[in-house]
Design a protein around this ligand. Structure first.
Ligand SMILES: [Zn+2]
Length: 498
């Protein structure tokens, strides 16, 4: 197993631990400005080639086989990035921190506002999950963030460490194969984390599982998950401080594997569908890291994980079935592969009915069309309020979990136009795939919020729907998307509800 420790965040990097690999990465400007300081760490570092501006990377291997890498980090970025190219930092660290033995990673930053994104980007370069015959070597990665000057705000290294761990823990859940992570084992994992880390912080856990979902009227999640031997579950984690004035609910899609149901996916389309619980992993670890680092005092914070396996056997729900969601609305199923919005609609209905939600943020690997709308790195965000949409997008830029708005236009792109049913309140999938399908999927979930007037355009309720179908992974590995944006957003809401 690889352990990642954030050792220092300061204007000086003191002596490094003994390690096989030393990687120093930063913008050319930052490396040049820190050249004398960095060079003092070791004589072997081929820093000059880069700080002189002649090269993007340089390596040296000494007689003992120790590796010294210096890499330039591009500063090319548009306004839809944050303070640093976290994507490139992640890539550089993944490839240049060595594959075995311990490593020191020194990230030379241009400004202190880059610390959060940099820490989470480095963390996600070291995924936890593996199932190879040969066990993964034990190794330690020591991470140092070198600032150009003393930080103006004290940097809480322990908090950064917790957030970095949460990114890796979320990534591990997502990387787990569906024969290890199913609704039953997922609930066990959540319960164990609650028991060991959250209970002492005053968090309560409620699990509504299996036939209890059916019997209590959670017809949407029940129908999606009833064909699996491991029946679905709605998991509710709640932190309720005494002075709370508002209720904030994070809701995550947790499809542990998506076959597509009877509308079965193809042999090309089905592999990788283990990541279809990535929204719930981000919500879970976003909640955990918030509670452990900066538990809100001004509002109740709840996390709802909508966990199910979209499987098939003779019990599976069918196209043409009409199912009743927890909101009371009826849904004519026309696509069993549009199951994420179904589990989410019961989650948000629970948030409205039982938790008096004022703010709902749901996160999901919801639509393939998300990549057409906002690309591979930016999640799509749909919201009923422009101010809240801006807060969510900014939280993404601050943390490196990037996001960009999807069009909000209920009058043109609402379920009445997209998903009209003759026999039920709605269908679950749009017939026209050319009319902003990622927005349509979000609008489906939105239509299950109550009371309706609270969640209209500019209404009192703040709703954001984050479709992160593509940012959930880079290559074959999970990114732990969600921890950064949700923990940052939680901090913004704490200020707002003060
Ligand atoms: Zn699906």
């Amino acid at each position: 197993m690889t352990s990642v420790f954030i050792r220092t965040v300061s204007e000086s990097v003191s002596a490094l631990s003994a390690a096989k690999t030393l990687l120093v990465v930063g913008s050319k400007e930052a490396l040049a400005a820190s050249a004398s300081h960095i060079s003092a760490l070791t004589a072997h570092l081929p820093l000059a080639a880069i700080s002189n501006g002649h090269s993007e990377s340089a390596s040296h291997i000494d007689a003992d086989g120790n590796v010294f890498n210096v890499m330039a980090l591009s500063t090319k970025k548009s306004r839809h990035f944050g303070s640093i190219r976290g994507d490139l930092l992640h890539d550089i660290v993944s490839k240049n921190a060595g594959k075995d033995k311990d490593a020191n990673v020194v990230v030379v930053l241009d400004s202190e506002e880059q610390v959060l994104t940099a820490a989470l980007s480095v963390a996600r370069a070291f995924p936890l999950y593996t199932n190879k015959q040969k066990p993964a070597a034990e190794r330690v990665i020591n991470v140092h963030f070198k600032l150009q000057s003393a930080p103006t705000q004290p940097v809480n290294v322990a908090k950064l460490q917790t957030l970095a761990d949460a990114v890796r823990d979320a990534g591990k859940l997502i990387d787990m194969p569906p024969n290890e992570l199913n609704p039953t084992t997922y609930v066990e994992i959540v319960r164990a984390v609650w028991d060991s880390r959250l209970k002492a912080a005053g968090v309560t856990l409620e699990v509504i599982q299996g036939t209890e979902l059916r019997d209590r009227g959670y017809g949407a999640i029940w129908n999606v998950g009833k064909a699996s031997d491991n029946l679905p579950a709605l998991v509710i984690l709640s932190h309720t401080p005494a002075a709370a004035k508002k209720n904030v609910v994070f809701v995550g899609k947790g499809i542990t594997f998506d076959t597509g149901g009877l509308a079965i996916k193809s042999k090309e389309g089905m592999p990788t569908m283990k990541v279809d619980m990535g929204g719930s992993a981000g919500v879970f670890q976003g909640f955990v890291s918030t509670i452990l680092t900066a538990p809100p005092t001004n509002y109740n914070l709840h996390a709802i994980l909508c966990i199910a396996e979209n499987s098939i056997d003779e019990r599976a729900f069918r196209p043409d079935d009409i199912i009743t969601s927890y909101s009371g609305k009826t849904i004519e199923v026309n696509n069993t592969d549009a199951e994420g919005r179904l589990v989410l609609c019961d989650g948000v209905a629970h948030a409205c009915k039982h938790l008096s939600a004022d703010v709902i943020v749901e996160m999901a690997t919801l639509t393939g069309a998300q990549a057409f709308a906002t690309g591979l790195r930016h999640a799509g965000v749909l919201s009923n309020r422009e101010d809240f949409e801006t807060t969510v997008v900014k939280s993404g830029r601050t943390s490196g979990d990037l996001a960009y708005p999807l069009i909000w236009s209920p009058e043109l792109i609402g379920i009445e136009t997209l998903m009209k049913s003759e026999v039920a309140d709605m269908k679950n999938s749009a017939s026209n795939r050319s009319n902003a399908p990622s927005t349509g999927a979000g609008m489906f979930v939105w239509s299950h919020l109550s009371p309706e007037e609270k969640w209209v355009e500019g209404g009192e309720g703040r709703w954001a729907h984050i479709d992160m179908a593509y940012p959930v992974t880079v290559g074959a590995r999970a990114t732990g998307y969600g921890v950064g944006i949700l923990s940052t957003l939680a901090g913004e809401l704490e200020k707002e509800f003060a």
